[in-house]
Ligand binder design. Structure first.
Ligand code: NI
Length: 378
């Protein structure tokens, strides 16, 4: 394995993007490359995705590396010669880069397998974009013994050669809420005979905007976005029902609880004040990704030794199911500068392939160093 080869694997993955839980060709491709190098692939029972195991000492500590492998339903407009060959599907979040990077790391670790004082488990996770994959992989039980987890993610705002390593929250808890308001329909000319859901809905939308401005400590971060408002279907009938849907994003678990409680109180009480009833539904997605401070310090020290620039990545209230792994063991979600300057999930998103091999070397070295630290009981 060398840099040129690894970039070729990345380009293949980029040409063949697959949506969450459909990553069959991607999985077969990765498994073939790993098998050719003699890397162990225990049976996971998963339809897609894989866990590669490199073990120098089965009695030693266990470190986890994670790549996500799924693509997005976006028609590619990058103009790359290795652009997607699957119409309407694109690796627009760099998961092809993640898969190739951790494939490279796995093969580099395999070359040093005998020297490893423990086991590295490299996770190729399906379905990150549909917020389902991490839970499925973890449910295999194969990661229960992992003592430290690391993942990398492309970052278009840093050039190749820069790693973003920031302690504390780096991605948000992303929750969905829905509010169903029931009133009493009537002829538009007889509002006195109705319990009108429209002013109730309008009042709920307005008041929901005060949750962040009035109930959240200004030093904390939170977002409440109402993204769908529906009621009625014509001009002369007061409708019977209205529906709102949206998302709440938070970094701090206490703020998450508070935002949920406030939204519910506003929905139920405001509807009642308008003579209506509200039903509140709140569905929790991934939790916030909170990087361990000591893990970040160690990763940053290694990155500098290896010649990377280390920057503080900017936080985002986007979501990532890597938080599920950090619930098992501490670690860090590291941003890999891949340039391009076009945001993820955009049809012209690209990554700089020269960032790939150095990132693979970094994660291999990080995993090995973490094994030594854990073996030495530090
Ligand atoms: Ni992503």
């Amino acid at each position: 394995m060398n840099e040129k080869w690894l970039i070729e694997q990345f380009k293949w993955l980029h040409r063949h993007p697959e949506l969450g839980m459909q990553e069959r060709a991607t999985t077969a491709f990765l498994k073939d490359r790993l098998r050719e190098a003699g890397v162990a692939l225990p049976e996971t029972g998963l339809e897609t995705g894989a866990i590669a195991v490199i073990s120098g000492d089965p009695k030693g500590p266990v470190v986890g590396l994670r790549a996500d492998i799924d693509a997005l339903p976006i028609p590619e407009e990058s103009g790359l010669e290795y652009a997607s060959e699957h119409p309407g599907v694109m690796h627009a979040c760099g998961h092809d880069f993640h898969a190739a990077c951790m494939l490279g790391a796995a093969l580099l670790l395999k070359q040093r397998e005998k020297e490893l004082p423990g086991t590295v488990k490299v996770v190729f996770q399906p379905a990150e974009e549909i917020d389902d994959g991490a839970r499925k992989v973890i449910a295999t039980g194969l990661l229960d013994d992992v003592q430290a987890f690391y993942a990398g993610h492309t970052y278009p705002w840093f050039e190749a050669g820069t790693l973003g390593i920031k302690p504390g929250p780096v991605m948000a808890a992303a929750d969905r809420f829905a509010i169903r308001i029931r009133g009493k329909g009537a002829h538009a000319a007889h509002p006195d005979l109705s319990a009108d859901v429209i002013p109730a809905m309008a009042a709920i939308i307005q008041s929901a905007q005060t949750v962040v401005s009035r109930n959240v400590n200004p030093f904390e971060s939170a977002v409440v976005s109402i993204t769908r408002a529906q009621a009625g279907n014509t001009w002369n009938i007061i409708p019977e029902e209205a529906e709102l849907e949206g998302t709440a994003r938070t970094l701090n678990p206490a703020v998450r609880d508070a935002v949920q409680a406030r939204l519910e109180a506003i929905a139920v009480s405001t509807a009642r004040a308008h003579g209506c009833e509200a039903e509140f539904e709140y569905e929790r997605g991934s939790s916030a990704v909170i990087n361990d401070a000591a893990a970040c310090e160690r990763a940053a020290a290694l990155a500098r030794e290896m010649g990377f620039n280390v920057a503080q990545q900017m936080g985002t209230l986007g979501a990532e199911d890597f938080s599920e792994y950090l619930a098992i063991a501490p670690g860090a979600f590291i941003r890999v500068g891949t340039g391009g300057g076009c945001d993820a999930h955009h049809p012209r998103f690209t990554v700089d392939p020269t960032a790939l091999y150095p990132a693979a070397r970094f994660f291999a070295a990080l995993a090995e160093r973490e094994l030594k630290r854990l073996r030495d009981g530090q």
